[in-house]
Design a protein around this ligand. Structure first.
Ligand SMILES: [Cu+2]
Length: 115
């Protein structure tokens, strides 16, 4: 009885951790397959503009020691990414999505074109 309740209590936590790992940060290479990569490097998005088809994904990877994020309000928000962390964002609708790093908004900007 003790073992059963112990296991069932742990399971939801494991699933939550797995989902978070797959969807938000530290994605394994297979999860990012087919995604276009945008590096956050030297306080810039590289490349600053990417063009993708609807349904494709962009993998934002922070290569800087400084923390960054990538945000287009109302569309996507990677959350703050420390050095080495990444976030995968899927774009399902056509459009032009200018985004920025909210920590360095005046000079750290990029654009995703979905068409
Ligand atoms: Cu930044």
């Amino acid at each position: 009885m003790f073992i059963r309740s112990n296991v069932s209590a742990r399971l939801p936590l494991c699933l939550a951790a797995l989902v978070a790992a797959l969807l938000l940060t530290g994605s394994p290479p297979s999860a990012a397959e087919g995604a276009v990569t945008v590096d956050m490097r030297n306080f810039k998005f590289d490349p600053p503009t990417v063009r993708i088809e609807p349904g494709k994904r962009v993998l934002f990877v922070n290569r800087d020691r400084a923390r960054h994020d990538a945000v287009k309000r109302g569309v996507f928000d990677t959350g703050i990414l420390p050095f080495g962390e990444s976030a995968l964002v899927r774009f399902s609708r056509r459009g032009v999505y200018p985004y920025l790093c909210t920590l360095h908004p005046y000079y750290m900007r990029g654009k995703v074109i979905v068409d």
